[in-house]
Design a protein around this ligand. Structure first.
Ligand SMILES: *[C@@H]1O[C@H](CO)[C@@H](O)[C@H](O)[C@H]1NC(C)=O
Ligand SMILES: *[C@@H]1O[C@H](CO)[C@@H](O)[C@H](O)[C@H]1NC(C)=O
Ligand SMILES: *[C@@H]1O[C@H](CO)[C@@H](O)[C@H](O)[C@H]1NC(C)=O
Length: 651
């Protein structure tokens, strides 16, 4: 159970300041400031998939040494985007192995001539394993498809007469039992059935393994002495907001730091000096989830100024971090935000749409947030991997609460519970906490989804993983999402909140809506009796083909999806008065999966289609979520005005 933060700040502090030490350096979101510039490299890149039998021709012929067009034909490939669905070539859609991206970037002279400028290349996400060269020189390697990595390339771009640089990124989407998510390559040797060298990739998760450069790639600058990382932890002492900060500096040992906390009117409300301290904000505006308060999602700005005295003048670096002052705590039966009970009424999502696959896209992002508002949703889980940073930034601004999930989905093979896998999982949690620790919207970490948590090594695995995550961030509860039997599960002992997925009358007792209430009530009672922890129904739903109708309801029709939801809601309404603290529908929208006999052009459990149009269940859920929002609303007037608008977010 998480104690209220203010009281234990003194004991938690030392733990927190260890945060980030295991990984080299910080991972601040690249923001422009008087001392920093950024240059997006989005657009068309040159591209080639390595179709050679061993997939290693690109390395054997060193494709990174010269422009890619010189070693063979290239395609135009949009970044960000998955490479799978933009082409007409079936071989590329299902390609497994190395693909090569390349792009030339022209650099401003002040970047290449001034040795006091630090030039950094940052890749938002490369799925799964990436190698990076600049002007033919290997500069970076990263494993894991959903978190950013970056590298200082100043020396390379400042060493010659060139005013441009050539960036080559090789990306391998091969999954193994030790990657997150795991997968295996299945080789077929029966030559009467398969061509020589034939193999396929099998995965243990229910979404398509889209691959490529999924998020923005960019260059940015800082001074040579710079603000490398900032950690902010907020707490409350009566009506005084406490902003505990620590700033990490690189490139100099002798520096001065000033920090200013500005309110939304740009008025300085607190200031401090030094790399670490506490700002006190009397009468603080708290960060509240949307609809819980008349001023939801209030964000202060923490302006950090670094000054390094030098013989010839001084160097300054500026970075501004949005800060929401809020607390999170968990009791035996409640989830508390700012000391008030919070009920998650929201969705599970995917970063998935149309031909862009998992590629980041602003119009899609804004549409999805407008749909969340239309629905009256106050929260979502980032099933089943960390989403783009821009998504979390909008959640901070709009007050949408996030359960931030790692890519630990499909951990079902015994090898995936090995200590090799565990080490990688610990590293992924470090990268994730390092990237997302300062978002007020993130209220809980989910380390995994539907692992085989009844296997014997699962106990040690989750004990270690959850303890490590709590060391990295002592301020947020930690969970994983289970679909195991309550008696057999070996990991739930270590979580703060129990997240349970179940699909009564779908995967079991198919077509039998009449068993849902009994089975769901037993599910909740069994888990609560065993553990006395709050419970979230983290998935439930039914496959539904938009436009299919039948009365009485049959599986796959819009009527059946509505009825499943209604049956669940009857029990949820009883148990939320006791210890159930949330419900997240599976899924927000239809999404692509592997081709199998039980998926018709993907998973159709969305309440919206993949094109973001509502099925009947969306209207049912909208009614319910607005009712739930009304119940928890602080000021009815706020709700009223929001109901009138009910579509666009306004701030
Ligand atoms: C990359 O892809 C190839 C071909 O699928 C595979 O054999 C290899 O293990 C992968 N390598 C890495 C480092 O991921
Ligand atoms: C991982 O290492 C720990 C500590 O050495 C050991 O107790 C555990 O059995 C190992 N797990 C597996 C699956 O080998
Ligand atoms: C929510 O409250 C508002 C304002 O009181 C009301 O107009 C609206 O109908 C309510 N919505 C639901 C679904 O109860």
């Amino acid at each position: 159970m998480l104690p209220a933060l203010a009281a234990t700040w003194a004991t938690l502090g030392p733990l927190l300041w260890g945060c980030g030490l295991a990984l080299q350096g910080g991972m601040l979101y690249p923001r422009e400031s008087p001392s920093r510039e950024r240059k997006e490299l989005d657009g068309l890149w040159s591209f080639r998939a390595d179709f050679s039998e061993n997939r290693r021709q690109g390395f054997e012929q060193q494709w990174y040494r010269a422009p890619l067009r010189e070693s063979g034909p290239t395609l135009d490939m949009p970044v960000p985007s998955s490479f799978n669905d933009v082409g007409q070539d079936a071989r590329l859609r299902g390609f497994v192995g190395w693909v090569w991206y390349e792009r030339q970037a022209a650099l401003p002279q002040r970047w290449t001539q001034d040795p006091g400028t630090r030039v950094v290349l940052r890749v938002g996400s490369a799925h799964y394993h990436a190698l990076v060269w600049v002007n033919g020189v290997h500069v970076a390697e990263h494993e894991g498809g959903h978190l950013p990595f970056e590298v200082d390339i100043s020396k390379l771009v400042q060493s010659g007469p060139l005013s441009s640089c050539r960036i080559t990124i090789a990306v391998n989407n091969t999954l193994t039992p030790n990657t997150l998510p795991p997968g295996i390559i299945l080789h077929q040797s029966d030559t009467s059935k398969y061509p020589k060298g034939y193999f396929v990739q099998n995965t243990y998760f229910d979404f398509f393994n889209y691959a490529g450069l999924h998020r923005p790639v960019l260059l940015y600058t800082t001074p040579s002495a710079y603000i490398d990382d900032i950690t902010v932890i907020t707490a409350l002492d009566q009506d005084i907001g406490l902003v505990n900060y620590q700033v990490f500096v690189q490139g100099s040992e002798h520096f001065e730091l000033e920090v200013f906390l500005l309110d939304e009117d740009s008025k300085v409300v607190a200031k401090g000096t030094g790399g670490r301290g506490q700002l006190r904000v009397p009468g603080a505006h708290l960060w509240w989830p949307y609809l819980m308060h008349e001023r939801p999602a209030y964000l202060y700005s923490l302006e950090v100024k670094l000054t390094v005295p030098m013989a010839a003048g001084s160097i300054s670096d500026f970075y501004t971090l949005p800060v929401g002052i809020r607390t999170v705590a968990v009791t035996e039966s409640q989830f508390l935000i700012n000391g008030k009970p919070f009920y998650f009424h929201g969705v599970n999502k995917h970063e998935d749409a149309d031909i862009r696959g998992k590629g980041f896209d602003w119009p899609l992002l804004v549409k999805d947030f407008n749909l969340l508002r239309w629905l009256g949703a106050n929260s979502f889980r980032t099933s089943h991997y960390p989403y783009a940073e821009e998504v979390l930034q909008l959640c901070d601004r709009y007050g949408i609460v996030v359960i931030n999930e790692s890519p630990g989905v499909g951990i079902v093979l015994p090898q995936s519970f090995s200590n090799v896998s565990l080490q990688h999982h610990l590293q992924v949690m470090e990268e994730m906490v390092r990237r997302d620790k300062n978002h007020p919207a993130v209220v809980m970490w989910s380390v995994a989804n539907e692992p085989m948590s009844s296997l014997q090594p699962a106990g040690y695995y989750f004990k270690t993983l959850i303890a490590h995550t709590k060391d990295l961030d002592p301020t947020r509860p930690v969970t994983f999402v289970t679909n195991s039997n309550y008696e057999a599960d070996l990991g739930v002992l270590y979580v703060d909140v129990i997240c349970v997925n179940s699909y009564y009358s779908w995967y079991h007792d198919s077509g039998h809506l009449e068993v849902i209430q009994l089975q769901l009530a037993s599910q909740f009672e069994n888990w609560y009796r065993t553990y006395q922890k709050p419970i979230i129904q983290s998935e439930y739903g039914a496959e539904t083909i938009a436009g299919f109708h039948h009365d009485p309801p049959l599986m796959f029709t819009e009527e059946y999806q509505k009825d499943v939801l209604e049956q669940y809601h009857l029990i949820l309404d009883q148990k939320r008065k006791e210890y159930v603290v949330g419900e997240l529908i599976w899924n927000f929208a239809d999404f692509m999966t592997d081709q199998t006999i039980y998926r018709v052009l993907g998973n159709k459990k969305g309440i919206f289609t993949r094109q973001r149009q509502p099925k009947s269940a969306a209207f049912l859920l909208r009614d319910r979520y607005w009712k739930l929002a009304n119940e928890s609303a602080y000021h009815q007037s706020v709700v009223k005005s929001q109901c009138l608008e009910n579509s666009l977010f306004t701030l």
